[in-house]
Design a protein around this ligand. Structure first.
Ligand SMILES: NC(=O)c1ccc[n+]([C@@H]2O[C@H](COP(=O)([O-])OP(=O)(O)OC[C@H]3O[C@@H](n4cnc5c(N)ncnc54)[C@H](O)[C@@H]3O)[C@@H](O)[C@H]2O)c1
Ligand SMILES: O=C(O)C(=O)C[C@]1(C(=O)O)C=C[C@@H](O)C=C1
Length: 307
């Protein structure tokens, strides 16, 4: 897929996702000019130094002026503040999207600040790494990954189709989903697993073992993956849990019940229970691989490729 889809794109928040979008846009020539804005002067300075964005602006108003697409790529808890700031400066007919990991709370906080005549098409790429900031992005991040679009009622179909073609231009598969379903699915596949990884690394740290030379040197693959995930940005993940509270608590409740059952089986020496359980989970992994959905594992820790 190639060809200009938007004449002007504004990226607000110049971290992992926005910088990856910029490099992916440039690689495929999907936009004319791309402007960028980040809150801190330091981030804007870094962006200028590494050539991230065609023009880095010192105000959010300047960045979104005349933009056909505005991408909100800030932590979920900062979305409302940014939406309030850009609202009065948006071009009529522009599309606003976001890349937040939670959808219902973002829609509730952003939509009221957007003027009539502006299309709001919330989104969420299911792709990331444990790294953050303007220097962490790379053009291939979204390749062969899913991007969820979560349009609100009566959204202009042409605006949705245009944004869909941008994500397809990044090499992503696009799925349309409603916000509550999105938040429940992500609580299972992303949010609860992150909390479990944070907890496991915290437990090891409480035992004062996590930085022991032996633990680092001989750490098993499972624990290494936990430490990678637990190195993810604290602000981003604080906001995810505060804003997807109900779905995450629902899944963690179920998780705790299963964990107790496994704990009891271990205490009682109930090998059949453990074996049956692990047989069921192994079958799930195999069905994912057979369905060709195993895009994650080989990419863990993959290196940034040249832009
Ligand atoms: N990291 C991931 O794996 C991942 C994956 C998919 C979606 N997301 C979502 O994408 C969004 C961005 O995540 P990221 O990983 O790119 O984060 P990041 O920490 O790399 O970048 C966030 C950027 O937003 C800026 N920022 C923070 N508050 C701001 C404000 N009020 N105004 C302007 N700029 C502000 C920060 O300075 C930073 O440059 C989040 O909502 C996150 O939930 C992240
Ligand atoms: O690979 C990683 O580092 C990620 O955690 C990426 C991941 C995920 O859970 O899959 C994290 C949060 C997002 O909202 C989407 C993707």
């Amino acid at each position: 897929m190639s060809g200009v889809i938007y004449d002007r794109v504004a990226l607000i928040g110049l971290g992992l996702i926005a910088s990856s979008m910029y490099w992916a846009i440039k690689r495929a020539g999907l936009a004319g000019e791309v402007t960028g804005y980040a809150r801190s002067q330091e981030t804007r300075g870094t962006a200028r130094r590494i050539g991230l964005c065609d023009r880095v602006c010192d105000s959010v108003a300047e960045a979104v002026k005349d933009a056909d697409l505005v991408v909100l790529a800030v932590p979920v808890g900062a979305m409302e503040e940014v939406a309030r700031a850009i609202g009065p400066h948006l071009k009529p007919g522009a599309t606003v999207t976001d890349v937040g990991s939670v959808k219902r709370a973002v829609i509730q906080s952003v939509a009221p600040h957007l003027p009539d005549g502006v299309h709001f098409v919330p989104g969420h790429p299911l792709a990331g790494t444990e790294h953050s900031g303007p220097e962490s992005g790379f053009a291939e991040l979204f390749e062969d990954r899913w991007c969820m679009l979560v349009p609100v009622d009566n959204t202009d179909e042409a605006a949705i189709a245009r944004l869909k073609s941008l994500w397809q231009g990044f090499g992503s598969n696009v799925e349309i989903m409603d916000s509550d379903h999105h938040d429940l699915v992500l609580a299972v596949t992303s949010h609860a697993p992150h909390l479990i990884a944070y907890t496991m690394v915290g437990v090891a740290d409480d035992l004062r073992r996590v930085t022991d030379r032996e633990v680092v040197q001989y750490s098993a693959a499972g624990f290494r993956d936990f430490t990678r995930i637990a190195a993810s940005d604290p602000t981003m993940w604080r906001d995810v849990f505060l804003n997807n509270r109900d779905a995450t608590l629902e899944i963690l409740g179920r998780f705790t019940e299963e964990l107790f059952a496994l704990q009891r089986a271990i205490r009682r020496g109930d090998g059949d229970h453990l074996h049956d359980y692990f047989t069921r989970t192994r079958a799930i992994r195999r069905s994912i691989i057979e369905a060709g959905q195993d895009t994650d594992a080989p990419d863990f820790g993959r290196k940034k490729t040249p832009r």
